[in-house]
Design a binder for this molecule. Sequence first.
Ligand code: ADP
Ligand code: MG
Length: 682
Amino acid sequence: MARLSDPVTILKGVGPTRAKQFANLNIFTLRDLICHFPRGYEDRTRLVPIEKLEVDVPACFRAMVMNTPRTSHVHKGLDITKVQVADHTARLSLTFFNNRYAAEQLQYGREYIFYGAVTGDFIGYNMTNPVFEELNSQPVTTRRVLPIYPLTAGLTNSALLKAVRQALAICDPPAEILPPEVREAYGILPASRAYTAIHEPASMEEAEQAKKRLVFEEFFVFSAGLSLMRAARAEKKAAPYTNLDLRPFRAALPFTLTGAQERAIGEILEDFRRGAPMNRLIQGDVGSGKTMVAAAAIYCAAGNHKQSALMAPTEILAEQHFGSLRNLLEPLGIPVALLTGSMTPKEKRTVRERIASGEVQAVIGTHALLTEATQFNDLGLVIADEQHRFGVGQRSRLSAKGDDPHLLVMSATPIPRTLALLMYGDLDVSVLDELPPGREAVDTFLVGESYRPRINAFIRRQVEEGHQCFVVCPAVEENEELGVKAATAWAETLQKTVFPDLRVALLHGQMKGAEKEAAMASFARGEADVLVATTVIEVGVDVPNATLMVIEDADRFGLSQLHQLRGRVGRGKAKSYCILTTHNRNPETLQRLKALCKTTDGFKIAEEDLKLRGPGDFFGSRQSGLPAFRVADLSFDLATLKQAQAASAHWIDANGTSDTPEAAALRERIGELFARSEGTMN
Ligand code: ADP
Ligand code: MG
């Protein structure tokens, strides 16, 4: 027997070339291969009489070859083989292009199973390049439910299936981690069956069952992981903060805190007072003032001689936080520093020395904060901004730099309460459900291409009034995604032909960190009128003078993402607008976009988004900070998640710390799942 951890190269037929193709799919071990699940299935189980074949609907049928296949050499590189087949209902002509195998295998007078789609015209029905197998052969491509795999260049579906089949034959599938009582309660297949059935289901129903089991399993592991983290934290102690006086901080603010900000800060102070490490999520719509809540927490930590670290997902955002926090906190006697990847080694070294010595009390940074080289003197508070972009693993790595520091995560993605409770089961939640006074709603319009002249005129008008505009495109370069506006080309068009007299700037994710920084900073200083960008500007960026957000091909974005983008305007005193353009005519899509025009309530939008697209899309691919689920994306369904969560909580309560093999296997799987989530940052 082979082991799951053995490399795929131990399989017959897997040499260096194949191994490389597998590597493209992140398949290195037998376990990876067995966990490379189909993205769908083709039901080829049913045999259809020829007479009943429907045009363009692929199906299986059993037929006899009625003549000897005739191959004609049409020209160099094109051979056409024709053959007649029949069953008791009808005759059908088959055509094969460059298929010597068919020409040689199909024998006059013998029966085969074919799979293909008929095409019809008034001359008669025909079928091109069907696959076929001998009547008594083992079903490989016909008479079965065929799994359809995510593939890579050079690797065919059947080659992959063959490798998987071989792997399943020589090693046991991943261990059973779901307790029998859980499987029974939810009617779930055992692991031994599920891992085979997901690849080679006997029926579509069984494929469904296998998928359900594997989705359930992932959610179970995920929830169990959160439960274990919560349990581990409950045991920890932190020295209570004794100085909770925020009066000087309040006095330094240029405005009064909102009721929601006060409430959130009160909850944080309560955590500080209690003396167990805080683990809190601040959820607040764009512009609700999360930064000030973070500032209050930093101020309080400093008052208790503790250092704080604020981690932002982009350099742009880190710089901006650094700017506003330094202005606020340094006059209050709290030294603030910035640490980002694009600083020179010398600059980084200097900052790190000041952090290690304890001279710097608050450090704002990007992932650079996570590296080994950054050591703190006494880290008491870790804040992760726009938390949905950080993996659970990254959060905990930063925490490990202190002695169980308090943790505050801030998210501008309003997550529907149901989902938040499930996803962030390990966090306490404070909600900022109130915007600072005097904010006017951003007027939002949905328009088609015929409005282009008016959009352009509107942009010009905003600029003439001294304001700035964002134009967001779904892609960076042309042909990256067919038919959508690309930032680079569109910026050029706007500058050269539409607004030759205005200053058009460009910002996208493929630019170097420093370039992005420079473009954004320059726009914030008012040095450009129109900033054409991709979604890199989505998170947190603050340019109060920007009053217009044009989003091209808005149907390409999720509602919550559009809401985030819209939140980039309406941050100053002037009335702000958002224009969504689309070519899409799908009524559902239009309805979705219209919902955004009607409300500016992020939570309502999030509920809508969740309803329409399901949580997988809702979080956006590879941005969620959630573990990289392998199957759950296929059918992310809340009901299963809830069941799995209930089951895992129950099980952890009973067995969490035990040393049974099941508990050990589960812990191993938790580690594996969360390790995979490390790659989700952008
Ligand atoms: P977000 O929650 O999106 O991170 P920010 O913290 O960036 O929001 O705040 C948005 C803007 O609102 C900033 O310019 C900030 O100075 C301002 N702001 C924050 N709190 C208040 C308040 N209580 N009153 C007025 N303006 C505020
Ligand atoms: Mg923010």
